[in-house]
Ligand binder design. Sequence first.
Ligand SMILES: C[S@@+](CC[C@H](N)C(=O)[O-])C[C@H]1O[C@@H](n2cnc3c(N)ncnc32)[C@H](O)[C@@H]1O
Length: 261
Amino acid sequence: MTSDEWAVLVENNGKTYVVELNDQQQKMKGLGVFNPVESLKDIPLGGRVIIGQKELLRLPPRLPELAKGMARRAQTIGSKDAGFFLARLGLGPNDCVLEAGIGSAGLSMYIHRALGRTGTHITVEPRSEHAEVALENLRRTTASWGGSPVHHHIEGTIEESIEAIKEHATGFHAIVLDLPDHPSAIGACSELLLPGGRLACYCPVSSQMERSWEACETAGLTVEWAGELMEREWGRASKGGMRPVNGPFGHTAFLLVAQRQ
Ligand SMILES: C[S@@+](CC[C@H](N)C(=O)[O-])C[C@H]1O[C@@H](n2cnc3c(N)ncnc32)[C@H](O)[C@@H]1O
């Protein structure tokens, strides 16, 4: 289900804008000043519109578009690593998921899509300026997808928020930690995992992954998988055939998944 509250507009180069359908002039970086309701009232999904100097394609607000055009502040987790977490944690309807820190809600958007309208998602974040951006992104997904899981956001570090978390849920099917330092968080929250539940860590450097592994073992969890995912895009060559596209073959982070057995 989609709502009429948000529109997605895509440039030929793929640049994506997520536009709130307010009936007033608004200024949007890259598009200038325009009234979205006025400009889009006769443009169906799949139709094209000229705004300022740009020709744009109107698409529905699905996860890839909302993620591409999301508001950003902290470094976000993208589709490559988010998809792995969803699969390895086995997330789906009715699950109860704890996440720290929320950052810009890059990962939270994927979690909401997987849980649908029947799960519970608790997020923790000490920096209100990050949470503000994150909650704006989740406002967009909720409006666009006709609802969201039950979502509680707690301001603070995860280490100091355990009692506040327990007020909303006593056990979790999954916990995801994307933090500058994992061991103290693992020590604090691993008791909240249900039997069979899994904890995942997103670690930009390998020393963080090693310390996370040690902290999981100290907390009585069994490490199931640790490593990184390589993604190599291919495209069509100008003289025919297909080959890996030019561009960086980049690193995002090391991932670790551990289970309470
Ligand atoms: C890289 S960002 C998370 C990005 C997020 N995964 C996303 O995809 O948008 C890391 C966040 O962890 C928060 N943080 C740092 N220490 C924390 C702690 N002890 N407990 C909870 N959050 C913490 C930071 O403020 C920051 O917003």
